[in-house]
Ligand binder design. Structure first.
Ligand SMILES: Cc1cc2nc3c(=O)[nH]c(=O)nc-3n(C[C@H](O)[C@H](O)[C@H](O)COP(=O)(O)OP(=O)(O)OC[C@H]3O[C@@H](n4cnc5c(N)ncnc54)[C@H](O)[C@@H]3O)c2cc1C
Length: 398
């Protein structure tokens, strides 16, 4: 018989990447006893490109983490170039909501910065712990999670609240029976690889019929080169090519010929990663003793590159709601109900734009939707910049 590693906390968070570590960090800053577990070990990557939009950068600034991200070597991006056919327009990122840059840190860098910030604030961050189920009390309320560590030893974490930040295929959502409240078409593919050896001037976007491709300069002088297409197109190209790399090259050639030409002087430093079919769905955000955040609660096609920024936003909404529930400042159902309402309201505009962009309308419409996306992101960034920062007073007096 192996000894069970048991502990009890105010909150246990499953998943320690952008949603989970941000939620844990904020709850710890608000003075709560929080544990965050992940089956992975950090630093490690996950399947994702990593552009952080203005609203996400605003969150990094408010939480005091932007300097660490920039110190990691992720370049501050101040120029964005849009290419459509023979037209090319470059813009400097305007100073809005206190921010004049965007950034695309590798996920192994970003997720580690967040998990470290959570641990620094007092969260119990445990890596290599796989959660296999949610514990319930006699009335069906979630009261903790169980699983095992890397050596197979059993682990049980009791908690007043269980947070599923365990990504799109959330086991917590499955365990608690969270309903999917909204499902939209899931027809988009997104693929990417890293390249080195040529200079990058900023973010670049290439719009063409049935495709959207681009460049996100990142750590180590490399760039993430990505291409989004309808899933049917990506699958068709994959079927008639010998490898994922060949399929990626063909898609890039078709979607962004000038970029494909430039990349002939560069060296690919990674395999091709990505997803050939991405869901668009919103799950119930909470129930008795549990809540979902990040991709576990809401997933959208990567065409708008907004999952990290959403995760930061929703993590803060959830941390504030759980703080109210834990302090009994508000009845738990009212506090968590407000979280779901605020999350669903916050995601709506970009979700609608994402679904429309992922349907690959004609190029002029696609460009118009991109402009609307920029305006929607700026609006969210301004709203976030105006919010009080959770735990700021506690930090000041610590
Ligand atoms: C191809 C692609 C490109 C993308 N590009 C961008 C982009 O440029 N910008 C952007 O903002 N967003 C992008 N996204 C979206 C972004 O990746 C997600 O929205 C984001 O990763 C969500 O973070 P999360 O913390 O909710 O979940 P995840 O990053 O999925 O993390 C979940 C964590 O939970 C852990 N976990 C899961 N199950 C268990 C378990 N049972 N026990 C313990 N731990 C568990 C996992 O190990 C993982 O570390 C992209 C997505 C894809 C697929």
């Amino acid at each position: 018989m192996q000894t069970v590693n048991r502990s009890h906390h105010d909150v246990v968070v499953v998943g320690a990447r952008v949603a989970g570590s941000a939620t844990a960090m904020l709850l710890a800053r608000l003075g709560h006893d929080v544990a965050v577990v992940d089956q992975a070990s950090l630093p490690s990557d996950t399947v994702s490109t990593h552009s952080i939009a203005r609203s996400g950068v605003v969150q990094l600034v408010r939480w005091g983490l932007l300097d660490e991200v920039l110190d990691s070597g992720a370049p501050a991006i101040r120029q964005v170039t849009f290419n459509a056919g023979a037209e090319s327009v470059s813009r400097t990122i305007k100073h809005k909501a206190g921010v004049d840059l965007v950034v695309a840190p590798r996920r192994y860098v970003l997720d580690t910065i967040l998990a470290t910030a959570a641990a620094r604030t007092g969260a119990d961050v445990r890596q290599g712990v796989t959660v296999t189920g949610v514990q319930r009390d006699g009335r069906g309320r979630a009261v903790g999670v169980y699983g095992h560590d890397r050596a197979g030893a059993p682990v049980e974490l009791g908690a007043r609240w269980v947070v599923g930040a365990d990504g799109m295929g959330s086991g917590v959502a499955r365990s608690v029976g969270a309903t999917i409240n909204e499902v939209r078409q899931a027809d988009g593919a997104a693929q990417y690889a890293y390249y080195t050896g040529i200079p990058w001037t900023g973010f670049e976007f290439f719009v063409a019929p049935r495709s959207f491709a681009g460049v996100f300069p990142t750590n180590g002088g490399q760039a993430c080169i990505w291409v989004c297409n309808p899933a049917a197109d990506a699958r068709a190209v994959r079927r008639r090519t010998r490898s994922r790399v060949e399929a990626f090259d063909q898609l890039l050639e078709r979607s962004a010929p000038p970029l494909a030409e430039r990349l002939r002087q560069a060296r690919r430093t990674s395999p091709v990663h990505g997803m050939l079919r991405q869901p668009n769905q919103v799950r119930q955000a909470f129930g008795p003793g549990w809540a979902l955040v990040g991709d576990a609660g809401y997933y959208r096609d990567a065409i708008t590159a907004y999952g990290i920024s959403d995760a930061f936003h929703h993590a803060e909404l959830l941390a504030v709601a759980l703080d109210q529930a834990l302090r009994a400042d508000a009845p738990a159902t009212a506090a968590l109900g407000r979280y779901q309402e605020q999350r669903d309201q916050a995601l709506r505009e970009v979700f609608e734009l994402t679904c429309r962009l992922a349907a690959y309308p004609p190029v002029p419409t696609f460009i118009e939707l991109q402009k609307q996306l920029g305006a929607a992101i700026d609006k969210q960034a301004a709203a976030l910049a105006a919010r009080p920062i959770p735990g700021k007073c506690l930090l000041a007096t610590a």
